[in-house]
Design a binder for this molecule. Sequence first.
Ligand code: GCU
Length: 681
Amino acid sequence: MAEDGYRLWLRYDSLPKQTVERYRPHVASLVVQGRSPTLAAIREELVAGLSGLLGTKVAVAADLDRDGAIIVGTPRSSPLIARLRLDHLLRALGPEGYIIRSVRLDGRRAIAIASDGEVGALYGAFHLLRLMQTVQPLDDLDIVERPRLRLRILNHWDNLDGSIERGYAGRSLWNWSELPARVDQRLRDYARACASVGINGSVLNNVNADARILSAEYLRKVAAIADAFRPYGVRVYLSIRFSAPMELGGLPTADPLDPTVAAWWRQKADEIYSLIPDFGGFLVKADSEGQPGPRTYRRTHADGANMLAAALAPHGGVVMWRAFVYDPKPGYDRAAAAYDSLKPFDGKFAPNVLLQVKNGPIDFQPREPFHPLFGAMPKTQLMPELQITQEYLGFSNHLVFLAMMWREFLDSDTYAEGPGSTVAKVIDGSLYGQRLTGMAGVANTGSDRNWTGHHFAQANWYAFGRLAWDPNLAPRRIAEEWVRMTFTRDPATAERIVRMMLESYEALVDYMTPLGLHHIMWPGHHYGPAPWWDKAERPDWNSVYYHRADARGLGFDRTATGSDAVSCYNPPIRDLFANIATCPEKFLLWFHHVPWDYRLLSGRTLWDELALRYQRGVDWVRAARKEWDALADRIDAERHAEVARKLAIQERDAVWWRDAVLLYFQTFAKRPLPPGVERPA
Ligand code: GCU
């Protein structure tokens, strides 16, 4: 069979004979009582999954008629589940939580997958399949799961013309010209994949929004997509253009405090909900990078967000207001801009507003310290925005497992309420009791046959979903699951691939932006190095703004002697960052302008260490290529060859990065490359 990657991690090829023998007594039949689109989806997935994995068609039964049944449902959909008397527990877990338990009913053994909601039962079904795909035991199951965050959302930066901003895997999955008459079957597979990791929302269009998405014509198309996603528990959201009342409604203003504007939004919300009763809400990029917003009318972020929130509130919708704002002003540092603009509004947002904040204060760089707003807005519902698509990380050409970056971010201690106030605790509500919680990821999907351009980029979609479900999961565990489901069940081979994935993030940082360097990519497309860039229309779109190389040294002084952006952080982390002697070296050049001969922990000078880091990154890619080549007979030929070709590009790019950046910085450092660093050819 061609292994083109279309099936993602939902591959149900038959298990080895021994495992099948072990499983068979537990999986003799499937009982999904009741009727509904979600129950049908559960039945279909389990029939395909169990039959595929066991290599024989699983029996579908109406009732418990033998030993070894899988029973799935809610106490309302399934009389069998009702008899287990789990209602109390299930209600506590919520409609998306579930229990998978080995039980006995009428003396017969069964595995029950029970939830208070049908979507929770679907999540449980995917969990059981994952156990089997990763060859885990099925005896004595007692699994209790519930999502830690309520909104687990993909943000698609898809334009109405089918292109995708920062998309590297083909065209948009939404075929607007065919919709609503024809809904691509692929949308169902997209929703399946999302549901399999618990993703429950999808913002269909670019944050740089086209007002037309809210026209009657497009809303009908959006409704058709919502219908396709609904059985899988994926709600649809839209990015809106703040000035839509003018562009679509012909109003003379979009002033959020103008009653005609508020009425227009209320009516629009009513219209949307009449077509899509479970519509999720709006994502808003306002007063940012040329997008319209409340500022034009001297209104605040809170004015804008709360007016939209009021229109959605009667229907249960939410507003995700983006914190990606950075207006230049004298003496300004972009790293403090969003903090300065938004912190004053802590406690001022309506209960159905979330502030969507990028993980770092600049813009989806390979490595940034956590965004200081996560430690500064105790009375605001914060949701992080991660970028799954690799805008600044080599597009879909580089193998990089982003769970490592996200883990570092989620574990960052904000010290907002003393030690242990990690970002994970801020966003999951455990620190401040935040009621509405969530996490967004800018999607990396597209029309490419393998969905994400690079086979390994599928792992980042997977990892995002798993971390949004449980922000405490370990990257190793996520990688192990994914590799076993996607590439191989052979433990030794899986371990080698997992190790590559776990190392890949640090390696990419090494060959792109080690020691706290950032934003030195080519302008515009952001692929490849251009540290020399100084011609942008805004200073903060220039590389030289960020690295500040001169004869003395390198890096952005964000301490009191410089921009003082470090003061956005709480003590003691602020003091730790601000002191060159205690600042973690991974953020050294983010916070400090460091002399070329400054000694690092290794005992080497900054210049030597920098050069060696770039070399180390290149060395890793070369070693990864060898390692991958050595796995040729362990992986299907097609995917193996495709990944090998991508790794060749990654090596070319790593060498390009090393040579370009070192040759350029050498014009300031005027020091030779240390031994061990290759001279550019
Ligand atoms: C980055 C990205 C843009 C995007 C913006 C945003 O700057 O390059 O394409 O629109 O982020 O997140 O709004």
